[in-house]
Design a protein around this ligand. Structure first.
Ligand code: HEM
Length: 426
């Protein structure tokens, strides 16, 4: 339920905050770039400079609470000025502790070395060919009807099969993953309040990944899963099979909702910002600028989280060991200290736009950022190639100036449940 008093509004559960996080972050920033949350035992880091300070300081901050979030209480009572031993003793009690996004130190570095072997230029190039063909098929179908519900008919399907192709999921199995993803719920949704980080789809997909990895370690091919199945860590040792299965599964799911929602957010802007679509049609070089500005203004991940493992500071604010911090990506990407007084506005060719924090920063910077950018760039180019105009459906979303958009009520993801558009053929 929405709280009437601002102080009592809980970032993690208040529907009004989940549906419009920007007003919340702006108002909280009036109280300072780092503030104690009223409703949770955690800090909110809401200043751009302060975000970087935490994200780049891996000596004092752990990413163990990256998935559970700082709204979840710690599974132990922190004691003293250095809780690193306590954390190690309790690591496996954190939701998501087995995922790369929650790893620290050497283990994290080792697994990132496996990931960077996967995204080679030649593999991405081959994947781009698939992206173009599949985007073409999806947009042809939508143009033939003259309309579509972009999130369900295009975005989710597209990103699911693109990552399936990249990983090397056999074509005959791809429909199984499409069905499973369609059944799944957005992570962090309050509609799934009993279990907001529900993992059923993840376990289902994991079963298939285990099968493929076992096959590829016997008979390697040129796909990403063969690379993983035969990879070694920098010190020459072989990763455990469970580690590889978890990693392949995480890569499959990490880029689902995030990329799908980004595509929806970008299409909404190119239809709603007056004149933008015409400008992009005349000059395709503008597309990457649009993608980056939408990532800044409405990137699909709203926050990430850290735990202080030693007494530390943010700026001159002392932070005791055991403090959880929510790094408010959606807030820092609109911090006027960094972006100026027009931080809340869409501005094409904003200087140094690629410094936004939509993909995080530091050792945990999103590993799939190049893929996400390529997916949206390819899809937009195909959409512009095959249409003369794309419009938001006024019947479904109302007229410009009074649009009604159904955003996911999630504390992790920023994006639309549905986006109805009309497409005129070229
Ligand atoms: C628009 C799309 C996407 C957004 C906004 C996004 C955002 C993020 C963010 C904010 C983080 C965490 C950073 C942190 O905690 O400091 C992250 C981590 C990660 N993302 Fe993405 N992501 C996107 C797409 C993808 C895709 C397509 C993939 C996979 C192929 C992917 C794979 C990963 C992985 C593996 C990590 C963990 C990295 C680590 O902990 O070292 N992401 N992403």
């Amino acid at each position: 339920m929405a709280a009437s008093n601002f102080e009592e509004r809980d970032y993690f559960t208040d529907p009004s905050v989940l549906l419009d996080p920007y007003g919340y972050f702006d108002e909280m920033r009036q109280r300072g770039p780092v503030v104690q949350l009223e409703t949770r035992d955690a800090l909110l880091v809401n200043g751009f400079k302060e975000y970087l300070e935490v994200a780049l300081n891996t000596k004092d901050w752990s990413a163990i609470n990256g998935l559970a979030g700082s709204g979840t209480p710690l599974p132990f009572t922190p004691e003293g000025s250095d809780i690193s031993a306590q954390l190690e003793a309790n690591r496996d009690k954190f939701i998501g502790h087995e995922l790369v996004v929650c790893y620290d130190g050497k283990k994290h570095k080792d697994v990132r070395s496996l990931i960077s072997r996967c995204f080679t230029p030649s593999r991405l190039k081959a994947n781009e060919t698939f992206m173009k063909e599949y985007a073409g098929q999806l947009i042809d179908q939508a143009v033939a009807k003259g309309r579509c519900e972009l999130m369900g008919e295009i975005s989710t399907r597209f990103v699911t099969l693109v990552i399936a192709d990249l990983l090397g999921v056999p074509p005959e199995d791809r429909v199984i993953f499409e069905e499973q993803i369609e059944k799944g719920q957005t992570v962090g949704s309050i509609e799934n309040a009993d279990n907001p980080t529900a993992m059923e789809s993840v376990y289902f997909i994991g079963g298939y990944m285990a099968k493929y990895l076992a096959e590829r370690s016997e008979n390697p091919g040129s796909d990403l899963m063969s690379e993983l199945a035969t990879a070694t860590y920098p010190d020459g040792t072989k990763p455990e099979m469970l580690e590889l299965v978890t990693l392949a599964t995480f890569m499959f799911v990490a880029g689902q909702d995030t990329s799908a929602k980004l595509l929806g957010n970008v299409v909404r802007y190119i239809c709603d910002v007056p004149g933008l679509q015409q400008e992009m049609r005349a000059d395709r070089e503008l597309i990457p600028w649009v993608i980056e500005e939408v990532l800044r203004l409405e990137g699909s991940t709203k926050a990430t989280h850290r735990l202080a493992i030693r007494d530390t500071t943010i700026g001159d604010r002392p932070v005791p060991a055991g403090t959880q911090a929510m790094l408010g990506i959606a807030g820092v990407n609109r911090d006027p200290e960094r972006w100026g007084d027009d931080a809340n506005e869409f501005k094409l060719k904003r200087p140094r736009i690629r410094e936004h924090l939509a993909f995080g920063r530091g050792v945990h910077t999103c590993a799939g950022a190049p893929l996400a950018r390529a997916e949206v760039l390819t899809m937009l180019n195909v959409m512009l190639d095959k249409t003369s105009e794309i419009r938001i459906s006024e019947q479904e979303h109302g007229k410009p100036g009074s649009r009604q958009y159904p955003f996911e009520p999630s504390f992790i993801i920023r994006g639309l449940e549905k986006l109805h558009v009309e497409l005129d053929p070229k």
